[in-house]
Write a new protein. Structure first.
Length: 200
């Protein structure tokens, strides 16, 4: 008949010299003894090598010149053989990964539905504003190309008067009615106008 050597309880047939509870306690005690202070990051962690935790040891190992050179050679050979494309395609079309992505996005959407919808509404509104701005800028650029407006670099800045203008500023907005209501400004004054408005 076998008994646990720690708590002396009777063991089932075929068991080792410890019961399951004592075995777990022993493992925890051993794990505690293996802890050390990492000489690199100063955190308490399991000893891995050279008095360091696993992440610091691996990082220091990866920074060695010979390891860096070996990684560079390996990547160069893979690219020369075209293997990187195969692995990227394989990863992209992996059915397990695609299923995981589908489940993750579905779960995430259910959890954050309202915030996602609010973001989409704001994004669409900002896109329409951006489209209006882009149309106004293109209209001005077309006029400059047709020589119907002077290029801004040939004019002085309207705010400071010291520097040459870098571009035109739509001071009345980007709507169709005020598309060509522009003033020449240097880069500094243009940025100041957008942040703080017209100078007083």
């Amino acid at each position: 008949m076998d008994y646990c050597k720690d708590c002396h309880t009777r063991l089932p047939r075929g068991s080792k010299n410890r019961c399951w509870e004592c075995h777990v306690k022993n493992l925890k005690a051993r794990a505690k003894d293996d802890l050390t202070i990492c000489r690199t990051c100063g955190k308490s962690a399991k000893h891995y090598g050279l008095g360091q935790c696993k992440s610091c040891y691996r990082w220091e190992y990866s920074q060695r010149p010979e390891v860096k050179q070996a990684h560079a050679d390996y990547e160069r050979n893979r690219r020369a053989k075209g293997l990187h494309r195969d692995s990227e395609e394989k990863r992209k079309n992996d059915p397990y990964r695609l299923e995981w992505k589908r489940r993750y996005y579905k779960k995430n959407y259910q959890k954050n539905r309202e915030s996602i919808r609010a973001y989409q509404r704001n994004y669409q509104a900002s896109r329409s504003d951006w489209r209006q701005q882009e149309n106004a800028r293109r209209a001005v650029n077309r006029k400059i190309q047709k020589h119907e407006m002077a290029p801004p670099k040939t004019l002085n800045c309207l705010d400071c008067g010291k520097r040459k203008a870098q571009g035109y500023h739509h001071h009345n907005g980007y709507s169709d009615a005020h598309r060509f209501d522009v003033i020449p400004l240097c880069a500094q004054c243009h940025g100041r106008r957008h942040w703080y408005g017209p100078p007083h």
